[in-house]
Design a protein around this ligand. Structure first.
Ligand SMILES: [Zn+2]
Ligand SMILES: [Zn+2]
Length: 84
């Protein structure tokens, strides 16, 4: 009998690979974000494309300001908490 390929060990491998990748931002912590447009503050993560995993999108991340709906793309410089 052959053991199954897919399983938790595979996921663990991928997470370990992500953690080892210096460019990977998938596992960055939540931070205080200030909207450069309306100055609204909230706690969370700005949606960014991971350089190492460009196909991965985190739906819980904010793609735009929840208050004024301004896209972060134009506010990139105003977003704080990037202490890498
Ligand atoms: Zn990543
Ligand atoms: Zn805003």
């Amino acid at each position: 009998m052959k053991t199954k390929e897919a399983g938790p060990s595979r996921l663990a491998d991928r997470l370990a690979a992500a953690a080892a990748d210096a460019n990977c931002i998938c596992r960055r912590p939540e931070t205080n974000v200030v909207c450069g447009n309306c100055s609204a503050k909230f706690f969370g993560r700005v949606q960014r494309t991971c350089p190492s995993h460009t196909h991965v999108i985190y739906l819980l991340d904010y793609g735009y300001c929840p208050k004024c709906k301004a896209p972060w793309r134009s506010l990139e410089g105003a977003v704080g908490g990037r202490n890498v």
